[in-house]
Design a protein around this ligand. Structure first.
Ligand SMILES: Cc1cc2nc3c(=O)[nH]c(=O)nc-3n(C[C@H](O)[C@H](O)[C@H](O)COP(=O)(O)OP(=O)(O)OC[C@H]3O[C@@H](n4cnc5c(N)ncnc54)[C@H](O)[C@@H]3O)c2cc1C
Length: 397
């Protein structure tokens, strides 16, 4: 077992940390207050080669390993969840799914510009009546010659108003339930396709979230990802990668809570001593520090499995569940440690708390991951090998 980060990973960590300190943190309070998504951040991430950090070089990426993606996500969320969420959907849910399931033509046309950050990808699974219960979706795709006609809508889609390419899931045969769902690549600008922003969110206010509408959108057959009926499996394999990035981001949230809380513990005095000297405050600090290590270790184990090309659904789900719950608790404790000052946006911890709720809901709610872990432990759930695997790292040239 090797617990050290490589020189390359440390270098990437330093680059993202510097970028966050210089280009996100000075503006984030204003962006958050104004619910402003700043597109320049994604352009800069592309310039730094971070929009396709773990995509093979032959497909326009930086060719680094899956744990480097985790490092990028952790450092981004130390700044703000909005930009980690963007990388999660662009790279985790969309680009890695194209890498795993796409034809060579699809990879050249969609993955290469996404890995370079020239085009942005999003992921449309959730519908007004179908969140945890994916099979309750109503969007349909009906075959018509060399195309499918897509009708329906998606909601709560990160980057809805920003992305150029969308991975969308629809029923091609509702009678087959999960086995009747198919995945498609849809481009912004196609006739009948439109999007709308959702405002008034509790957190991720510097991020873009919205709805997708499909009104008789004609999707060429060559834009079907995988075979008809493989959509559910494709969506779940995408979530293995998306959840990994969410878990990594949660580590960044815990790290930010710990950093802010330690600083405040040294500054604030009560009863004649810094509050860090009070044992009940120490308990909250100790929990944050412990949970940061636990969460990172779970994330890196999942990343190691991905690097080996091994199945990791169970381990990724565990990392996502534990890290996101821990981030929510850390943010709540960080506000507690700051007392009344933590309750205003004079300090960043109130933003951490508002932001930390979404990851406990998206990419599988806390309850869904609890059920998954129980089912694995009880022997009720076993993962079957997929017809296409995410490539192991180092990538073949
Ligand atoms: C900010 C944000 C960004 C998002 N981005 C995307 C995106 O980019 N793409 C996308 O497709 N989706 C996205 N989502 C949607 C997200 O994935 C869903 O919200 C999530 O899957 C939960 O679905 P739901 O909200 O419909 O809740 P529901 O499924 O309706 O669940 C409601 C409650 O019931 C509980 N529950 C449901 N079923 C069970 C059960 N069997 N046992 C016990 N409890 C249960 C849930 O845990 C939850 O507490 C995003 C959501 C948010 C908030």
């Amino acid at each position: 077992m090797d617990f050290s980060l490589s020189q390359e990973q440390l270098a990437v960590r330093d680059v993202v940390r510097k970028f966050v300190d210089e280009e996100i943190l000075p503006h984030i309070r204003e962006w958050d207050e104004k619910q402003h998504f700043e597109p320049r951040v994604l352009k800069r991430l592309a310039e730094l080669g971070l929009m396709g950090v773990c995509i093979p070089e032959k497909y326009g990426g930086a060719g680094m390993d899956y744990n480097t993606l985790a490092i990028v996500c952790e450092e981004l969320e130390r700044g703000d969840i909005a930009f980690r969420t963007a990388v999660s959907v662009h790279t985790g849910l969309n680009s890695l799914t194209l890498l795993q399931w796409g034809t060579e033509e699809q990879k050249q046309k969609y993955l290469v510009p996404q890995a370079r950050g020239e085009k942005i990808g999003a992921f449309g699974l959730t519908e007004p009546n179908a969140g945890s219960d994916v099979a309750a979706m109503r969007t349909t795709a009906v075959r018509d010659g060399d195309s499918y006609i897509l009708n329906g809508s998606k909601i709560w889609i990160s980057l809805a108003d920003v992305a150029d390419h969308f991975l969308v899931f629809a029923y091609t045969d509702r009678s087959k339930k999960h086995h009747g769902i198919t995945a498609f690549i849809v481009e912004r600008g196609w006739e009948g396709f439109s999007t709308r922003s959702i405002k008034g969110k509790l957190g991720i206010r510097a991020g873009n979230t919205g709805e997708l509408f499909f009104d008789h959108v004609r999707v060429p057959v060559e834009n079907r990802l995988g075979e008809e009926g493989e959509g559910f499996k494709i969506a779940m394999s995408a979530l293995d990668n998306g959840r990994f990035t969410v878990a990594a981001g949660a580590c960044g949230c815990i790290a930010a809570c710990l950093e802010a809380s330690v600083k405040y513990c040294h500054e604030r005095e009560t009863f004649g001593q810094p509050i860090g000297r009070h044992q009940l405050v120490q308990q909250m600090i100790a929990k944050m520090a412990a949970n940061l290590d636990i969460s990172r270790l779970l994330v890196y184990r999942a990343g190691w499995l991905k690097n080996q090309g091994l199945p990791n659904t169970r381990e990724t789900s565990l990392a996502k569940w534990v890290a996101c719950d821990a981030a929510w608790e850390a943010a709540s404790d960080a506000v507690q440690i700051h007392g009344a000052y933590g309750y205003s946006n004079e300090y960043p911890v109130e933003r951490y708390l508002r932001n930390a709720k979404a990851p406990v809901i998206y990419e599988g709610t806390r309850e869904i991951h609890t059920i998954l872990q129980a089912e694995y432990a009880l022997g009720y759930r076993r993962d079957k090998p997929l017809s296409r695997r995410l490539p192991a790292w180092p990538f073949e040239e």
